[in-house]
Ligand binder design. Structure first.
Ligand code: FES
Length: 180
């Protein structure tokens, strides 16, 4: 099954318990986003068909609210706070640093889907401004150097996982060779 077919199947599942009222579009989009982490094009098309409204109407509603995303999130999502306190403490510099280090713009996901970057409003930790929420962890008084450190830690983690994966493969091969 292709990714598009899977999206269609899952979207139809979401829609089957819904009424076909136009006013239900936003909760439907919220459910779609909760399922996929963003609004895939095929899912918006299914929602339009289901409610019998033009696809353009679904787009215009979805793009009006900044709660909706149109690209898949990264495996690791960086949320840069640009609330007032964080802006005063250099939130914009933090955002620029993330963009430079990740090679993507805010609202985008890296080509390998490893990292996503978004801006958020106050996350309620103003005393530690400027803030970036890395996955679910709040990183306070974040600096360009700390950003490099966070990315390095992800790199090391990935390397370790791949080395462990190789070891497991090797030991399985060893066991197979012994038993044959
Ligand atoms: S403004 Fe960033 S945490 Fe409050």
């Amino acid at each position: 099954m292709t990714e598009e077919e899977e999206v269609k199947k899952q979207t139809l599942k979401i829609l089957e318990s819904r009424s076909r009222e136009r006013g239900k579009l936003i909760p439907i989009l919220q459910d779609i986003q909760a399922k996929f982490g963003y609004l895939p094009r095929e899912a918006m098309l299914e929602a339009a068909n289901f409610l019998d409204i033009p696809e353009s109407e679904v787009y215009s509603v979805a793009t009006f609210y900044n709660q909706f995303r149109f690209v898949p999130p990264g495996k690791h999502q960086m949320k840069v706070c640009l609330g007032t306190a964080c802006q005063i403490k250099g939130g914009k510099i933090v955002l620029d640093s993330w963009e430079r280090e990740l090679g993507i713009k805010v609202g985008e996901t890296s080509a390998n889907r490893e990292f996503g970057l978004e801006r958020v409003a106050c996350v309620g930790c103003c005393a530690m401004a400027p803030i970036t929420v890395v996955d679910d962890t709040v990183e306070g008084t974040i600096s360009p150097t700390r950003i490099k450190g966070i990315l390095l830690a992800f790199d090391l983690e990935k390397q370790k996982a791949s080395e462990e994966g190789k070891k497991v493969k090797k030991s399985r091969k060893g066991k197979k060779a012994k038993s044959s």
